[in-house]
Design a protein around this ligand. Structure first.
Ligand code: HEC
Length: 258
């Protein structure tokens, strides 16, 4: 009998212990962001943080002192420029934690600050009816501006000579055949570059197009039925350069508008 009760007591005790540590853990994962005095005075933190939480369910708490915080926004920080006041003075965010879980949340916060929703939160903030801050423009790290060094003119010529039988390649919207997407439409795909680099490896080009250095059309496949197209890798570069200059089709426009 007594042993049974002891059993229960132990069970309850350990349950509490587990709950206690879970709560403690959850609390220690809370992210604290230090705001400078002047931003707290105008309650900028109360404008920004709930909007971020609304979007991501991630809660960040603002703190007046910089002790025991995980990141801080300030004028004198090293770190990532986020926005400026109307005098052009830049506020930067600096991470001060090395906790993986917190860093993960902080990354999301910074991404959000740079997203349209974050930018509109920053710029939409008003004090006494006046805007206070301007979000800074960012160079997106992985969206490097690639310079195509091919010959644009030759790219156009090659396209007109070889691709136009099937695709609309320039401003002659009546060229091409229906089953082939226009260059303008394909230019609007995010991965247009990959597609144009490798188009000759996918059907229906495989049977028709030979790349001098690499591949004979239809060599391993059915006999060529249409006049084969001979291209060099330089021609491909030229086509890429030409296509990079094409105005992408606005996919919101009617289908038959190239
Ligand atoms: C014989 C007709 C024909 C010729 C010639 C032709 N294409 Fe195509 N091309 C097509 C068709 C049809 C498609 C659509 C294939 C599909 O949707 O599966 C296509 C698709 C493409 C794509 C998209 C590939 C992808 O991954 O989605 C690119 C890029 C392309 N062509 C570039 C070219 C270029 C550059 C030339 C000239 C050097 C050319 N094509 C010549 C018929 C042709």
């Amino acid at each position: 009998m007594f042993v049974k009760i002891l059993d229960k007591i132990l069970l309850i005790f350990f349950s509490f212990l587990i709950i206690f540590f879970q709560v403690k853990n959850a609390l220690s994962e809370e992210v604290y962001l230090h705001f400078p005095e002047e931003l707290l005075m105008i309650e900028f933190d109360k404008h920004i943080l709930p909007r971020f939480k609304f979007k991501t369910q991630i809660s960040i708490k603002s703190k007046k002192t910089s002790e025991n915080t995980d990141l801080s926004i300030d004028l004198k920080n090293e770190g990532i420029s986020i926005f400026s006041d109307l005098n052009g003075i830049v506020y930067k965010i600096e991470k001060t934690t090395s906790d993986e879980i917190k860093l993960n949340k902080i990354e999301k916060f910074i991404d959000w600050l740079r997203s349209p929703s974050g930018i509109s939160a920053i710029e939409g903030f008003q004090f006494n009816g006046a805007s206070m801050f301007k979000a800074l423009k960012f160079e997106k790290q992985n969206e490097k501006e690639f310079v195509f060094e091919g010959d644009i003119k030759n790219g156009l010529l090659v396209s007109q000579k070889h691709c136009k039988r099937c695709h609309v390649v320039d401003d002659n919207a009546f060229a091409g055949i229906d089953s082939s997407p226009s260059f303008h439409a394909m230019r609007s795909f995010e991965d247009w570059e990959e597609r144009f680099r490798a188009f000759w490896t996918v059907s229906p080009h495989l049977n028709v197009i030979s790349i001098q250095e690499v591949y004979d059309a239809g060599s391993k496949l059915s006999p060529v039925v249409i006049a084969p197209i001979e291209l060099s890798l330089d021609d491909i570069d030229d086509i890429l350069s030409y296509v990079s200059k094409i105005k992408p089709k606005d996919l919101g426009k009617p289908i038959n508008f190239w």
